[in-house]
Design a protein around this ligand. Structure first.
Ligand code: 2IP
Ligand code: CA
Length: 374
């Protein structure tokens, strides 16, 4: 069955459904109250052993798993994300977040997690079961090669990247017109497909659920996709090239000061922005030449999707420490670990050595020759 269904279209629709769920949690009064309780740490929040934002994350992750797993059964067990599906409600009951066959079943499951908040549970379930076909509004989505081996494909999902920005909601601009420093702009949904044998990311879908402001509390998504398969390279990211006047580097607010200084010495005009996905997206959109992170604070779900898009554009995301050590660009890979390391908790999921994301490969060459090991 999956031969006739286009995986990219399915992922685009899943991403938009994820964005809908993210938006609903901020526009539905009851759901927003749960998010805000979390922000203020009010007593009411103690009702949940897990925070509400984690519920939104898990729900999105499970929705994507459910939809892709149904259409592409060979991929079902290789759809991975950050969150576990187990929740404990205030009565101490363990509940597994599961997408039901019907909307009512999903609502019932959510209601037990949400401690009887029926309206909120129903609003979320309605989004989960909504039919989304945003792909039909888009042009240029390619047919994928028929011989795609789905059993060799895995998915990393970050349902809501930059969760702190998602909850706070406040927007803060940077001093560059097209780069936000913090807030809803920095929130992204990241869905990346990688080849399990080679570990190479091949399809990426990145959405900003709050990409376009339509009204005071009304937003629509901006959507970016890229495919970099051996026989097909395609994307929807044809942005104007930068004017070459400023060399912009984008970094985390927690980047080490000596790294920042090195970039400044290389004439980078540095911008601090929240969200690993957002920073990579700013490289995709030509607003920054490089996103450099010298430490291991991102995970596979943060990078798989934007890396696939960057590869479709001729760029890539590289392992920071390894590339410097070898004085060669070493791309991040997503190979499944052996059983032993899987048992070591989350460590194998971390991009432990930091990263360098570029759209133009000449940028990494210059960086490597100037970032020699101490
Ligand atoms: C986070 C989020 C943070 C980022 C961190 C990610 O993911 O993107 O913003 O830190 O690396 O893991 P920074 O903003 O300093 O780059 P999440 O919000 O999903 O935990
Ligand atoms: Ca993340």
């Amino acid at each position: 069955m999956s031969q006739n269904i286009n995986l990219l279209r399915v992922l685009i629709n899943c991403g938009e459904k994820a964005a809908n769920i993210a938006r609903v949690c901020r526009s539905n009064e009851e759901l927003l109250a749960l998010l805000v309780q979390e922000k203020t740490g009010s007593e009411a929040n103690q009702r949940f052993e897990h925070d509400f934002k984690t519920l939104a994350d898990v729900l999105i992750q499970e929705t994507v798993k459910h939809e892709v797993g149904q259409l592409f059964p060979a991929m079902r067990d290789s759809i991975l994300g950050e969150e576990s599906t187990h929740f404990t409600n205030k009565l101490g009951h363990q509940i597994t977040i599961a997408i039901g066959v019907t909307e009512a079943e999903t609502a019932e499951c959510l209601e037990s997690v949400l401690d009887g908040q029926k309206t909120a549970a129903e609003a979320l379930a309605a989004e989960v079961h909504m039919r989304v076909s945003i792909d039909t509004k888009l042009t240029g989505i390619p047919e994928l090669c028929e011989q795609l081996d789905y059993s060799n494909l895995g998915i990393w999902i970050d349902p809501i990247d930059a969760t702190a920005e998602y909850i706070s909601g406040a927007s803060i601009l940077s001093d560059k017109p097209d780069i936000a420093a913090a807030g809803l702009d920095c929130v992204t949904v990241l869905i990346g497909v990688y080849e399990r044998d080679s570990g190479v990311p091949v399809i990426g879908v990145v959405l900003q659920p709050f990409g376009y402001k339509l009204g005071e509390h009304d937003y629509s998504s901006s959507l970016y996709w890229g495919v970099c398969l051996p026989t097909l390279q395609a994307h929807n990211c044809s942005f104007e090239a930068s004017d070459g006047q400023d060399k912009i580097g984008i970094v985390s607010g927690s980047e080490k000061s000596d790294i920042v200084q090195r970039l400044v010495d290389l004439d980078y005009d540095l911008v601090v922005a929240a969200g690993a996905g957002y920073k990579a997206l700013k490289v995709i959109s030509n607003d920054a030449e490089v996103y450099l992170l010298s430490k291991g604070s991102t995970f596979r779900w943060d990078t798989c999707a934007p890396q696939a898009i960057l590869r479709a554009l001729g760029g890539d995301i590289f392992d920071y420490a390894d590339s410097i050590k070898q004085q060669l660009p070493v791309a991040l890979k997503y190979k499944d670990p052996d059983t032993d390391s899987k048992e070591c908790g989350t460590e194998w999921k971390r991009n432990a050595n930091g990263l360098i994301a570029v759209r133009d490969l000449s940028v990494i060459k210059e960086l490597l020759s100037n970032f020699k090991e101490n």
